[in-house]
Design a protein around this ligand. Structure first.
Ligand code: HEC
Ligand code: HEC
Length: 420
């Protein structure tokens, strides 16, 4: 049911979509067509791809692909699930890292993934809306890639986009908006990579059994593998809550934590668990939760509408109650990823607290005027609350304690091209 809507949403050109299907990378995650595509991929890949996606059962996701990989995680941090058709390896991570930071990955050589996903900003870019390589504005903001490996769905509101392998093709080949601009130019991308001896070596190391190691399938898989190691677990909050260091958190942040997890504020209902999001899975979880919520950010015309270019899950399903429903993002590194919300329409954490305290945002005038707290599709967990100035400061101190500078300065995740 979601397949046609999904391809509309991913907005990859027909040519590129055909490519994606040949490669066995479903643009829509592992539905039935991915099974067929998976078989195709095996043929293309000479069987080196291992288990076809279709064989993996629901989601095709399993522990197998990550089993022998050394994630180097402290005790208590769960291992990400890895698709069986793309097992982790250091070689793939290294190749993916080179691709992620390479401006040759845009047709006009002005942008890489890292243009919009910068390490110092927890792999976001500080913009309210993404700005593509040809100057087109994305309706939504570039997302932090912190712990993206644990997410059950990708993007702000796309229940059908569940694999990082498929997601990587959206910025590369998407046309609405153009991001990296390679739609219809797949051969140009491959030619660039094949012309660089460094890449030929990296691809051969990452995909040793492929007769033609440099491939789009390899680009997508290695970008996914690199993104699966963008793992953040060393914030002051982590050192306090999991690392047994009672002094890692200020008293203010400790009080803020209590507020965050209170039934009065309800934040934890949607931003709960170790990743502060309710759309999370990892090794050991049986059911993958996919949750989307309307937080009362808009209420155009008083009938619950959101601005036409950003209607959330509704854009895919057309179901009225899906209006304004978005994924609850992780709050890890949230102090680094302003401006906030899918369209960057809230500038500061303080103003985010205003939004929730009012039980939804009121916009007085202009095209988006409306009383968000009266949005008929709003979640029952966004009800408003009152905080004293010191409680508000405590809550924000807690949110700031989720900043992990080990992650944002980790050399292993940085641009490999600028190394001495
Ligand atoms: C022009 C800016 C831009 C570029 C370049 C870009 N992205 Fe993004 N990225 C975005 C935006 C905007 C979103 C949110 C998309 C949406 O919700 O529709 C996003 C979302 C994502 C997500 C989903 C994250 C989540 O939390 O669900 C992933 C993964 C991602 N990008 C990876 C990549 C990779 C890999 C590349 C390079 C191949 C890349 N991006 C290039 C702007 C960009
Ligand atoms: C009903 C579920 C729900 C509850 C309760 C909730 N949130 Fe959210 N939160 C979301 C969703 C969904 C978004 C994205 C909304 C959008 O973009 O329209 C979001 C976005 C955010 C953002 C911006 C994230 C970003 O990357 O831009 C912050 C910060 C945030 N919430 C903090 C909180 C705090 C603090 C509380 C408690 C006072 C809270 N949330 C309660 C679901 C919820």
């Amino acid at each position: 049911m979601l397949a046609p809507a999904c391809s509309a949403r991913s907005r990859v050109s027909d040519v590129s979509l055909a490519f994606i299907l040949v490669l066995g990378l479903s643009a829509c995650g592992d539905d039935a067509s991915a099974g067929t595509g998976g078989a195709g991929a095996q043929a293309v890949a000479g069987g080196a791809g291992g288990l076809a996606a279709g064989g993996g059962g629901v989601g095709g996701e399993g522990a197998a692909g990550g089993a022998s990989f050394d994630w180097n995680l402290p005790a208590g941090v769960p291992k990400p699930k890895v698709p069986e058709d793309n097992p982790m390896s250091l070689e793939k991570v290294e190749l993916g890292r080179h691709l992620f930071y390479d401006e040759r990955l845009s047709l006009n050589e002005t942008q890489s993934c890292a243009t919009c996903h910068q390490q110092a900003l927890a792999f976001s870019d500080g913009r309210a809306q993404g700005l593509g390589s040809t100057g087109e504005l994305h309706p939504r903001g570039p997302m932090s890639l912190t712990n993206v490996a644990y997410l059950t769905t990708l993007a702000w509101a796309n229940p059908a986009l569940v694999r990082l392998e498929a997601q990587a093709l959206v910025p590369l080949f998407g046309e609405f908006p153009v991001e990296l601009g390679f739609s219809g130019q797949e051969q140009e991308l491959l030619a660039r990579l094949e012309a660089d001896a460094t890449y030929v070596e990296l691809f051969e190391a990452a995909f040793p059994e492929q007769p033609e190691p440099v491939s789009l399938d390899g680009v997508a898989k290695s970008l996914a593998s690199f993104q699966r190691v963008l793992l953040s677990y060393d914030s002051p909050y982590d050192r306090y809550a999991y690392g047994g260091d009672p002094d890692a958190l200020s008293e203010a942040a400790k009080r803020g934590r209590t507020l965050f997890f209170s039934e009065d504020l309800e934040c934890f209902h949607c931003h709960g668990g170790f990743n502060f999001s309710d759309s999370v899975s990892h090794e050991g979880t049986v059911f993958d939760e996919t949750m989307f919520h309307n937080t009362g950010l808009y209420n155009l015309g008083g009938n619950g509408a959101y601005p036409a270019d950003n209607t959330g899950v509704f854009e895919l399903t057309g179901v009225p109650s899906d209006m304004g429903r978005f994924r609850a993002p992780t709050l890890r590194n949230i102090a680094l990823t302003a401006p906030y919300m899918h369209d960057g329409s809230i500038a500061t954490l303080d103003a985010v607290v205003d939004h929730y305290a009012a039980g939804g945002r009121t916009i007085e005038s202009g095209p988006n005027a409306g009383v968000g707290s009266e949005n008929p599709f709003k979640s029952e967990f966004v009800n408003g609350f009152t905080l004293s100035p010191s409680e508000r400061a405590d809550l924000i101190a807690f949110l700031e304690s989720l900043t992990d500078t080990t992650f944002t300065t980790n050399p292993a995740l940085s641009n490999p091209w600028s190394r001495p």
